[in-house]
Ligand binder design. Structure first.
Ligand code: HEC
Length: 147
C-alpha cells in the first residue's frame, strides 16, 4: 500500500513538473507578443532607424543642434504638419522653416528609406521625448504621400 502511494505521488510530481516545463515558456511568449501592439513594435523598429540615420543631426535626445538642426522633441512642425513631416523624411527637406518660432534654413537629404522604415521612424519620433501621437503612421499612409 505504502509503495503504491509513493509511486503514485512520484508520478503525479513528475507529470506536474513535465507540464510546467512544456507549457510555461511558450505561454509566456504568447502573452508577451500579444501585449506588444503594432504601434509599440513599429516604435521599437523605428528606434534603430533613428539611432543609425537621424541621431547624428537631431541628437539622441531629439533636441537637435541650436541654429542648425531643428528639434523633433516638442517640435510644433512634427506635431502639426504630419504629412509634411512624412514627406520631409521620405523625400528630404530644404529651405526656410520655422520650428517652435525659431528659423532654420538648412538641407536634409532623402535617406532612401522604404515606406515601412519611414513609418517606423515617424512612430518613434512622434512617441519619444514627451511627444505623444497614438494615431499610428502606416506604410500605406507613407506610400500615399507624393513628392
Ligand atoms: C544631415 C543632418 C540630418 C539628418 C541625418 C536628418 N535630418 Fe531631419 N532635418 C535636418 C535639417 C537641417 C532640417 C531642417 C531643413 C530646413 O531647414 O528646411 C530637418 C528637418 C526635419 C524635420 C522637420 C522639422 C522638425 O524639426 O520637426 C523632421 C520631422 C525631421 N527632420 C526628421 C528626421 C528624421 C526622422 C531623420 C532620420 C530618418 C532625420 N530627420 C535625419 C537635418 C537632418
Amino acid at each position: 500500500m505504502g509503495k503504491i502511494c509513493y509511486s503514485l505521488l512520484l508520478m503525479i510530481l513528475l507529470l506536474g513538473c513535465n507540464n510546467t516545463k512544456q507549457q510555461a515558456v511558450p505561454d509566456q511568449e504568447i502573452t508577451k507578443n500579444k501585449i506588444q501592439s503594432p504601434l509599440k513594435r513599429s516604435i521599437d523598429r523605428g528606434a534603430v532607424v533613428y539611432k543609425n540615420l537621424c541621431s547624428q543631426c537631431h541628437r539622441p535626445n531629439g533636441k537637435g543642434i541650436t541654429n542648425n538642426y531643428p528639434p523633433l522633441a516638442g517640435s510644433n512642425w512634427l506635431t502639426q504638419k504630419r504629412l509634411e513631416s512624412i514627406k520631409a523624411v521620405k523625400y528630404g527637406l530644404r529651405g526656410s522653416i520655422l520650428v517652435n518660432q525659431k528659423p532654420y534654413d538648412g538641407i536634409m537629404s532623402a535617406m532612401g528609406l522604404n515606406n515601412t522604415q519611414v513609418a517606423d521612424v515617424m512612430n518613434y519620433t512622434m512617441n519619444s521625448w514627451g511627444n505623444n501621437q497614438k494615431q499610428m503612421v502606416t506604410p500605406k499612409e507613407v506610400a500615399s504621400v507624393k513628392k
